[in-house]
Design a protein. Structure first.
Length: 136
């Protein structure tokens, strides 16, 4: 799938922190894919486009315009793997800051749903292979 997303100068920017569980889930999803992941956030009618450098969020009505971008993640700045990851949020729409109140928790839920889908069917099974008896 190819989506071309445009963005101008941000209307506002701020430093934020992403919970470690959300950051780790996002990067686990990226590791399973081809360097880009598309995460539908159905509750907000948004699509998150994840790559190793940033997360861009687009509205379902205008998938060609960025609404918010999370950039400059600094996982090396945290002291433990379960500590939040600092990042920079850029808002390209007037209501960007208001959307952030819902976006971070809703992304976490959407990532958890995708992770659960990947593991559907439960735990793996060990298959036994019949070996021919010696001398046969």
């Amino acid at each position: 799938m190819q989506i071309v997303v445009s963005r101008g100068e941000p209307l506002a920017e701020e430093a934020r922190e992403l919970p470690a569980a959300t950051y780790n889930l996002a990067h686990s999803l990226l590791a399973r894919g081809r360097g880009v992941a598309f995460v539908p956030i159905r509750s907000m009618q948004f699509l998150a486009i994840l790559d190793p450098e940033e997360m861009v969020f687009v509205d379902h009505l205008r998938k060609d315009l960025a609404v918010i971008a999370w950039q400059r993640f600094r996982p090396q700045a945290r002291g433990a793997l379960d500590a939040p990851v600092p990042y920079h949020a850029a808002y390209y729409r007037e209501d960007g800051a208001a959307l952030m109140r819902r976006l971070q928790p809703e992304l976490s839920k959407a990532l958890a749903a995708l992770a659960a889908k990947a593991h559907e069917g439960g735990a793996g099974r060990i298959l036994t292979f019949a070996r021919p008896a010696p001398g046969r």
